[in-house]
Design a protein around this ligand. Structure first.
Ligand SMILES: C[S@@+](CC[C@H](N)C(=O)[O-])C[C@H]1O[C@@H](n2cnc3c(N)ncnc32)[C@H](O)[C@@H]1O
Length: 316
């Protein structure tokens, strides 16, 4: 992911995606308070700050300490923002602790940063050998190697199937269980070798991507995080406040789409009802009737933008 192998500076940490579109949809008040719930290298935060007056504010959340450090370095001269190391599902607590009662806009750019993928030590990629970790915050939680060691065959298969939509999920899970009886899988190369042994020839590359994605989602409980985040982000928004979300695969986007649909619903009477008695009103106005995609030009410069889908709403 991302075309950037040099991850040593804040500038090359991650190339932000759909920046113009994010800013146009998100920033409605130059003096507002915004949350960038996935700070990463601070690329989107920097773009938002450019649009704000001297009393506009951004709270930047990330659970990865390396992201917090990189963004802090990149935006060190700007007093209008503050980084917070936290899970984005805790956005309500973060905002409250900042003494903010309501936010003007919230942005989430899900998934992993190029920095996380490109650093072998983080264990996210099958392209380079490293410890099988995959935790976005290496300080907490269970590394991928432990999951591979302790889950049974059915649980592993379910992860590869549900989170990676991998057709050979069962076979791969079986091979992992056989292998770990001899030696625990400690390195990305160990897992990659198993996938390559089960999935023949040119199909192996896609399976590698799917298995690594699935494991990453499980390690970081990504889908539960997104569900909790969407609810909490809605709650912290003021009336007319906006949520902008970028997702990168169908599992993420499905949760976003379902949430938007539920909140945009008017009447919730049963379909057989002759007339509306619920009086339910839509809670949001969807701003992106059609999902927003990156231009060919952006995709050429940054291939990771190809899978990005942006959706946004305004709270009623
Ligand atoms: C795609 S990157 C964001 C890049 C950022 N927009 C930029 O401009 O550099 C996603 C970031 O979200 C963080 N992240 C993912 N899940 C998270 C969660 N549940 N809580 C907090 N941060 C999370 C990752 O650590 C990563 O840095």
């Amino acid at each position: 992911m991302g075309g950037h192998r040099d991850t040593s500076t804040a500038e090359t940490f991650h190339v932000p995606i759909l920046v113009r579109e994010v800013v146009e949809l998100l920033v409605t008040d130059r003096r507002g308070v915004y949350v960038d719930a996935t700070l990463g290298g601070g690329g989107h935060t920097r773009a938002i700050l450019k649009e704000l007056d001297s009393d506009g504010r951004v709270i930047g959340i990330d659970m990865d300490p390396e992201a917090i450090a990189a963004a802090r370095a990149k935006l060190a001269d700007d007093q209008r923002w503050v980084p917070v190391q936290a899970r984005f599902s805790h956005i309500k607590d973060v905002v409250q602790e900042m003494g903010v009662s309501e936010c003007t806009g919230v942005l989430a750019d899900f998934g992993v940063s190029s920095h996380q993928i490109d650093r072998p030590q983080r264990g996210f990629s099958y392209l380079a050998d490293g410890p099988l970790d995959m935790r976005m915050n290496p300080g907490v939680g269970t590394p991928a190697s432990d999951l591979l060691q302790k889950l049974d065959e059915a649980e592993l298969a379910s992860i590869f199937h549900r989170y990676g939509e991998e057709r050979m999920a069962r076979k791969i899970a079986r091979a992992i269980v056989a292998q770990r009886k001899m030696q625990p899988l400690a390195h990305t190369r160990d897992l990659a070798a198993i996938v390559e042994s089960v999935v023949p020839g040119k199909h192996a590359v896609k399976s590698l991507a799917r298995v690594f994605q699935a494991l990453r989602i499980a390690v970081n409980e990504e889908l539960c995080e997104i569900e909790a985040f969407l609810d909490a982000a809605f709650d912290v928004l003021k009336s007319k406040g906006r949520l902008v979300v970028i997702s990168y695969h169908s599992l993420e986007d499905r949760l976003v789409k379902q949430f938007f649909r539920m909140k945009a619903r008017g009447c919730i009477c049963p379909p057989e009802a002759m007339m509306c008695t619920c009086g339910h009103q839509p809670e949001i106005h969807i701003l992106t009737k059609k999902v927003v995609r990156a231009s060919e030009d952006e995709i050429r410069q940054n291939p990771r933008a190809r899978s990005a889908k942006l959706r946004a709403f305004e709270k009623v």
